[in-house]
Design a protein around this ligand. Structure first.
Ligand code: NAP
Length: 311
């Protein structure tokens, strides 16, 4: 999808997987007259300049947001409040300020008080990602056919919401609007809890050191491998997600523990019928996800493995 630029100047605060993917997609679809980005470290700034994907990479956030029509914070959720405070006085009147954080309630609470009147705050979460991070990890197709959830506070300017919706839609995303609390509850079960389980199981295996050194790695294709992919996700990002979405995650964890106890009991009692019924139900959920196009029916998540080592 191409068309006239929807924003004259877009400022991306942070250039990792998500910031880098937005830059690439915005370029491909011609959605910004100019893209300015910041990155915290010298190393990332040097790499971003080398990649040549943006017009300017600067050190200071306040410099990037000057005269920008759209400012998107693409940084860990725990950093959003302090950065909002830092850039607030330098935002252009009428600018749209957004983010991409995986938690919305805490981000809204942390950012909103700092933003001046006349600036439109439209928080967003593209539900798309990989376990990779850093400036080289992004790609223009990341958002295609993925959801982007907007959580604008009550009373947000409708034209600003529509403009941001159109921006994400042009990058290929399907856009939905919901409240921050509802978003956090839904994502607690669909994303945050699965990550916690992956971090747990990979950590548990690691503690069984004598096994990890040999059999766990050797036989990882038995299921463990897919957990290791999720458990390789960025530690800073996920620390911030669990600290920021504490209540919803704890609520889901409570339900999960009850369900785990039921399955534990079924195994202990040799209740094959209970296990079979449960697994039949979960298999149908997987089919449903494939049917709505959120994954491929191909085995192994449909991912090719060009670098896969053959023994
Ligand atoms: P990433 O690849 O690790 O990139 C993070 C970027 O933020 C880097 O440019 C980093 O700069 C910068 N940064 C880190 N800490 C900062 C701080 N305290 N102040 C200012 N800048 C800082 O991360 P990402 O995957 O793009 O994630 C960014 C956001 O997107 C997070 O809020 C995450 O919740 C959300 N999100 C992630 C995914 C996913 O699957 N990864 C999916 C949807 C949404 P340096 O490189 O210089 O350190």
């Amino acid at each position: 999808m191409t068309g006239a630029p929807t924003f004259e100047r877009v400022a991306l605060i942070g250039f990792g997987l998500i910031g880098g993917s937005i830059a690439r997609a915005a370029r491909v679809h011609n959605l910004a007259g100019e893209i300015v980005t910041t990155a915290r470290s010298e190393k990332t700034r040097a790499r971003v300049a080398e990649l040549g994907l943006v017009d300017r990479v600067v050190e200071r956030n306040v410099e990037a947001v000057r005269n920008a029509d759209l400012v998107i914070l693409c940084i860990p959720v725990g950093a959003c409040g302090p950065v909002a405070q830092e850039i607030a006085a330098h935002l252009k009147p009428g600018a749209i300020v957004s983010d991409v954080g995986s938690v919305k309630g805490a981000v809204v609470r942390d950012m909103a008080p700092h933003l001046p009147d006349g600036v439109h705050f439209v928080p967003a979460h593209p539900v798309a990602g990989t376990e990779n991070s850093g400036p080289d990890s992004g790609f223009a197709e990341l958002f295609i056919n993925r959801w982007c959830i907007l959580t604008p506070p009550d009373g947000t300017d409708a034209a600003a919401i529509e403009k941001l919706r159109a921006f994400w839609a042009a990058m290929g995303a399907k856009v939905e609007i919901m409240t921050p609390d509802h978003h956090d509850l839904v994502l607690a079960i669909t994303s945050h809890l699965p990550h916690l389980i992956a971090y747990t199981i990979v950590g548990t295996a690691d503690e069984l050191a004598q096994v990890t050194e040999s059999e766990v790695i050797k036989f990882s294709a038995g299921g463990f491998r897919d957990f290791t992919r999720i458990a390789a996700s960025d530690p800073t990002m996920w620390r911030d997600i669990f600290l920021s979405n504490k209540e919803a995650v704890l609520e889901m964890l409570g339900t999960f523990n009850e369900d785990l106890s039921k399955l534990t009991r079924a195994i202990r009692r040799g209740d094959g019928e209970a296990l079979f019924d449960h697994f039949t139900r979960t298999r149908a959920i997987r089919r449903g996800i494939v049917e709505v196009g959120q994954d491929s029916a191909a085995p192994d998540f449909g991912r090719p493995h060009p670098q896969l080592k053959t023994p």
